[in-house]
Design a protein around this ligand. Structure first.
Ligand SMILES: Nc1ncnc2c1ncn2[C@@H]1O[C@H](COP(=O)(O)OP(=O)(O)O)[C@@H](O)[C@H]1O
Ligand SMILES: [Mg+2]
Length: 260
């Protein structure tokens, strides 16, 4: 028997002024590293946000480990949120808070209240070390004093400090140069393995994701246009997918030219 999927989007719909998600069906498996592609503005962030209730679908549902988030028991969203680490686009750190306080924010409130101060400090320290930052150096620093790559690492530390079982990565390398992009991608891969999590990675770095992920999907026009292995994706005949793959390859080539 096939194991129950970790995340399941079931005919997920969401409109703002116009329809954004118009029936997304997708399953994410236990322990996999999954990439979600799509042109910008297609609703990738909106879809990730429905996984933790930051966006509530108009219709359809999302299930996490078999639990219905929107048609199930009350309080299920709170329970699910504690299992999910979310790496926000642009790191989204609090400017007036130190790195320490920013990372601490990643611990669920009720756990934070129960944990002794020393245990909190240990968790923050470990999270910073896991993302290759020196806790002594960065702990009391404000985000403004950090480089772009370091800010991303702090955002990742905040997402993993509570040791989630699922990690959602929303464009974790956007705005980074190719060298920093490669470093963050190595980090994503290592963390996903070491922490034994299920990862969903939204990225425009298609080349990087094809190398890292076991399965990939493309969101287009409000639904899943493609879902399969990286090999299948690169040889897919659907002209919409082809155009996307070709454009991604051209952009990657451009990056290499800019570097040299
Ligand atoms: N909170 C919101 N209020 C209104 N419109 C939104 C909101 N969040 C997203 N949108 C719209 O939904 C569409 C998809 O957004 P998004 O998921 O951020 O795209 P992307 O695929 O680039 O991540 C965009 O047109 C965006 O303007
Ligand atoms: Mg987005």
């Amino acid at each position: 028997m096939k194991p129950a999927p970790v995340i399941r989007y079931l005919d997920t719909h969401k409109s703002f002024k116009r329809p954004v998600l118009s029936g997304v069906n997708l399953e994410i498996h236990e322990g996999e590293m999954f990439a979600l592609f799509g042109p910008s503005g297609t609703g990738k962030s909106v879809l990730l946000k429905t996984t933790i209730g930051l966006v509530v679908p108009d219709r359809g549902d999302v299930e996490v480990r078999g639990e219905s988030l929107y048609h199930g028991a009350r309080g299920i969203l709170d329970t699910v949120r504690k299992q999910v680490g979310y790496v926000f686009q642009y790191a989204a750190l609090f400017d007036s808070m130190t790195v320490y306080d920013n990372v601490e924010m990643g611990l669920p409130e009720d756990r934070l209240r129960r944990m002794p101060k020393t245990e909190v400090a240990r968790a923050v320290w470990d999270a910073l070390e896991l993302v290759n930052l020196d806790p002594r150096e960065v702990m009391s620093v404000l985000p403004a004093e950090l480089s772009g790559g370091m800010k991303k690492r702090v955002g990742i530390a905040r997402a993993i400090v509570g040791r989630p079982r699922i990690l959602l990565w929303d464009e974790p390398t956007t705005g980074l140069d190719p060298v920093n992009t490669a470093a963050i991608e190595r980090l994503i891969r290592r963390l996903s393995r070491e922490l034994r999590v299920t990862s969903v990675l939204v990225t425009h770095d298609v080349e990087g994701a094809l190398w890292m992920c076991g399965r990939v999907a493309m969101l287009e026009g409000g639904s899943i246009r493609f879902c399969g292995t990286p090999d299948e994706f690169q040889t897919e005949a659907d002209p919409v997918v082809r155009a996307f793959v070709d454009r991604a390859a051209a952009e990657a080539a451009l990056d290499v030219v800019e570097m040299s």
